[in-house]
Write a protein that binds this ligand. Structure first.
Ligand SMILES: O=C(O)C(=O)C[C@H](O)[C@@H](O)CO
Length: 267
């Protein structure tokens, strides 16, 4: 069989905006629901949701029948974890908190086989090779793998151009919650200093010819970031959407069920 095509990676080369949704429910059932809705991509979160390699595998399998593209976020850029996620068939990884070009280059290495990198060979044990049914996987895998690095700190923004310029980095994704908190604004990305930093990171990334993405569950934020040059935007979070909808439903019947978010909440 052919090496599976990575439609997310291919789409990054086009100007058309790509809308995604954050998936933190950690089950194949919910991943499949989201994949069937028409979002261009679904972020399977292994950083702040309690996902493991096996739970992510189940979600990748559940999404495989749909056009919606899985993007997997590991908890760290540890090459051992990257190896496991690639082996179970993740083709697009989004690695959090990348602050230097050196860190970005190390992630590229983790995703490539020698002599171009350090990825270990799983061969016929792995879903990535469809248990050795994909010819020449070792030589060709990199063509369909996609690396997104997250910029979400002051240092990361300062180094955004150098990070984006690294060969093998396909895109940069801005994390507004961490960035705003790191800049001293406790999750409030609307602060002018944070907005300036976000714009700076977008401009630096685009100037290197790389795609830029961001998480923006509020519509006015999403539209502004698209105007500023972001190409792929996560416009919702499954857990927040469930909570808000369930709360609004109860509020139809009970007066004490109204508040949707505590003061200082992020999304
Ligand atoms: O900093 C951010 O924003 C992100 O990276 C996304 C958050 O980690 C995600 O958990 C949504 O709250």
């Amino acid at each position: 069989m052919h090496l599976p095509h990575n439609a997310f990676k291919a789409a990054l080369k086009q100007a058309q905006p790509r809308y995604g949704i954050w998936a933190g429910m950690c089950t194949p059932y919910t991943a499949e629901i989201l994949a069937g809705l028409g979002y261009d991509w679904v972020l399977l979160d292994g950083e702040h949701a309690p996902n493991t390699v096996p739970t992510l595998l189940g979600q990748l399998q559940a999404m495989a029948a749909y056009g919606s593209q899985p993007v997997v976020r590991p908890v760290t850029g540890d090459p051992v974890l990257i190896k496991q996620l690639l082996d179970v068939g993740a083709q697009t990884l989004m690695v959090p908190m990348v602050e230097t070009a050196e860190q970005a280059a190390a992630l590229v290495q983790a995703m490539r086989y020698p002599p171009h990198g350090i990825r270990g060979v799983g061969g016929g044990l792995t879903r990535a090779t469809r248990w050795d049914a994909v010819p020449d996987y070792i030589r060709n895998a990199h063509q369909e793998l996609c690396l997104i690095v997250q910029i979400e700190s002051r240092l990361g923004v300062q180094n955004a151009a150098a990070i984006a310029a690294v060969e093998g980095v396909d895109a940069v994704f801005i994390g507004p919650a961490d960035l705003s908190t790191g800049l001293g604004h406790a999750g409030d990305a609307s602060q002018p200093e944070v907005q300036d930093a976000i714009r700076q990171a977008i401009d630096a990334t685009r100037a290197q010819g790389k795609a830029c993405g961001i998480l923006a569950p509020r519509e006015e934020d999403a539209r502004r970031y698209l105007d500023w040059g972001c190409q792929f935007v996560a416009v919702g979070i499954d857990i927040s959407l469930l909570r808000q909808a369930a709360q609004a439903n109860l509020a139809r019947y009970r007066d004490d069920a109204g508040a949707s978010k505590a003061p200082g909440g992020v999304y």
